[in-house]
Design a protein around this ligand. Structure first.
Ligand SMILES: [Zn+2]
Ligand SMILES: [Zn+2]
Length: 215
């Protein structure tokens, strides 16, 4: 079961911590977990494996075991071992639409409409698999919509940056479904969790570009 989860490439810190504590037989802090995984990553690199860590839109840290072999290690071509060419084409189109959309989300009907020559049954099965393998996740704003899953932030960063994903101005990690600056033309975005942490100190966060208060 746990192995299955890891095979699906993305575990949140809260899922991973209890497993690591069981191995070490003691309490582990999240800082220590970071050190343990970077040490492990160093040992895995000669075997074309790496452990990546990324902040996800929901404010949680995710870890992923990444295969670094081959040219397309940060590109959708790496999916070609496990996905059919038409599935990769459709997934790519969906990622592009999600990143370009206003709220970073895509309706399942719109996903079905992206298909060319495939049946609805096939495309529904693909959608389900993308959710199961954490390439997709329910939108933070609306459960019925799909957004990018944590695995995309771990494994397809180069592709996401090519598409112009923004970075949180507080923590510098990539952010899709975050809080936006109220100035319409301003690109500033932060994670909800980063902004909340800032505000808990009793301060207002002003946009670094246009100086407006984010809320
Ligand atoms: Zn952030
Ligand atoms: Zn601004």
């Amino acid at each position: 079961m746990e192995g299955q989860k890891l095979a699906h490439g993305a575990l949140s810190e809260e899922e991973l911590l209890p497993m690591v504590m069981e191995v070490f037989g003691r309490e582990i802090t999240s800082h220590e977990l970071g050190e343990i995984t970077s040490n492990l990553a160093l040992k895995l690199r000669p075997y074309s494996l790496d452990i990546k860590k990324a902040m996800y839109d929901n404010g949680k840290t995710y870890y992923g075991l990444i295969n670094t072999v081959g040219k397309g290690s940060d590109d959708l071509t790496k999916l070609s071992n496990t996905y059919k060419p038409w599935e990769i084409v459709l997934f790519r189109k969906a990622i592009e639409q999600i990143v370009e959309s206003e709220d970073g989300e895509l309706d399942s009907r719109d996903f079905l409409n992206l298909r060319e020559g495939n049946t609805i049954v096939e495309v529904r099965a693909l959608l389900q698999r993308l959710y199961d393998e954490k390439w997709f996740a329910p939108s933070i704003f609306n459960d019925d919509q799909a957004t990018l899953g944590p695995r995309v932030f771990l494994e397809l960063v180069v592709f996401l940056r090519e598409l112009g994903i923004h970075q949180c101005t507080i923590c510098s990690s990539d952010v899709l479904q975050g809080v936006r600056c109220p100035t319409p033309s301003c690109i500033t975005r932060t994670h909800e969790s980063c902004l909340a942490k800032y505000e808990r100190k009793g301060r207002k966060y002003n946009c670094s570009a246009c100086r407006k208060s984010l809320r």
